[in-house]
Design a protein around this ligand. Structure first.
Ligand SMILES: *[C@@H]1O[C@H](CO)[C@@H](O)[C@H](O)[C@H]1NC(C)=O
Length: 351
């Protein structure tokens, strides 16, 4: 399976999400063109080789020009969103230590699984409606609104295809036996579901001078930032899992404790929207195999320095920054500014 770590919580094969959230994601890939042009023939086959995929995933990748690039989009999207959502946390979603983190069942691991599958779902559905894939196109639900939209050349995001494809791609049918496998699958599904719940109907008016004589509506995904924000809230409220019940039919349910608002320590099944975890997280204050620690992190004195610096205190540094000021319009359309200087204070966590 090439360089890098390959864990197996899902099936016999390496799991794609581990690649997706692993360090190789950003570094091993050359930049691709803006779209996978079918005229380029077999170029996408090479892109599939560069991704660390299981045999089945590689086959799916090779069959679908445009998929490799979409996978790459998803990797980038999930990393950017994770780092944005955790910019003020001790664990800042840096790629350092991620392989170790993925071996454990922390809350942070849960977030990584969810944000990765959400980004995949999102990117795939968008790639379909943007015409970047050969095997899918606009949302083709048979309802009337949707058919009208097609007539006007409006293309809804194809979440139905992306969800179906993804479940096959990730091989979720082979439910793993151990608790961690179940937890990972649950969190992956939370990601997919969050994207699904964000699907909105958007409408547009047609007709003489916007009279709205004809209205077309189609399904549109929320901006991925909204999904990221919701997943971060789920992270803050994640449920710790103790065991899984196993019915005779092989159907199983995770058992956790109920939220604070209920009586504590009551066993309960987590909701399908809850992120779940099994291991308590380390503090992430000091360098460890999971993170670089928080030394040197810049923080906001009012908001985050106390928690981010773990009581070690912070350094204060000031520097002069220049910016444009006293801007005035000269003639039409020409703006002249002066350069002003201002002192800016930067706080950063001590060693
Ligand atoms: C995360 O924190 C580490 C340790 O201070 C720092 O080196 C790194 O640049 C940060 N990464 C991001 C994405 O903010």
């Amino acid at each position: 399976h090439g360089p890098g770590e390959c864990l197996n919580h899902w099936a016999q094969d390496c799991h794609f999400l581990l690649y997706l959230t692993g360090k190789e994601g950003l570094t091993h890939l050359p930049s691709l063109g803006p779209s996978a042009n079918p005229a380029q023939g077999k170029a996408h086959l090479k892109q599939c080789d560069l991704l660390k995929l299981s045999r089945k995933q590689k086959r799916l990748c090779q069959r679908e020009p445009g998929l490799a690039e979409t996978l790459r989009d998803a990797i980038r999207l999930s990393i950017m969103e994770c780092q944005y959502q955790f910019r003020n946390e001790r664990w800042n979603c840096s790629l350092d230590g991620r392989t170790s983190l993925l071996k454990r069942g922390f809350k942070e691991t849960a977030f990584l699984y969810a944000v990765s599958s959400a980004a995949l779902t999102h990117s795939l559905a968008r790639a379909c409606s943007a015409g970047r894939m050969e095997r899918c196109t606009c949302d083709d639900s048979p309802d009337l609104e949707n058919r009208k939209a097609w007539q006007w050349g409006v293309c809804g995001d194809n979440l139905k295809y992306s969800t179906k494809f993804l479940k096959n791609f990730l091989g979720q049918k082979k439910i793993g036996k151990d608790l961690r496998a179940k937890v990972d699958i649950h969190n992956t599904n939370v990601g997919i579901k969050t994207v699904k719940n964000g699907l909105k109907t958007t409408c547009k008016c047609h007709g003489v001078s916007g009279s709205c004589a004809v209205r077309t509506c189609w399904k549109q995904l929320s901006p991925f930032h909204e999904t990221g924000k919701i997943l971060k809230l789920r992270f803050d409220d994640a449920v710790k899992i103790f065991s899984a019940t196993n019915d005779a039919v092989g159907h199983s349910e995770l058992v956790g404790t109920q939220r604070r608002s209920h009586s504590p320590k009551t066993p309960a099944t987590p909701r399908s929207t809850d992120l779940v975890y099994v291991d308590d997280s380390p503090s992430f204050c000091r360098p460890s195999k999971y993170s670089l620690g928080t030394a040197g992190r810049t923080c906001s004195r009012e908001a985050s320095c106390d928690s981010l610096c773990c009581g070690r205190g912070y350094n204060t540094q000031s520097r002069m920054v220049t910016f444009s000021c006293h801007c005035q319009v000269q003639w039409c359309c020409y703006v002249e500014c002066q350069q002003c200087m201002q002192e800016e204070v930067i706080y950063s966590c001590k060693q």
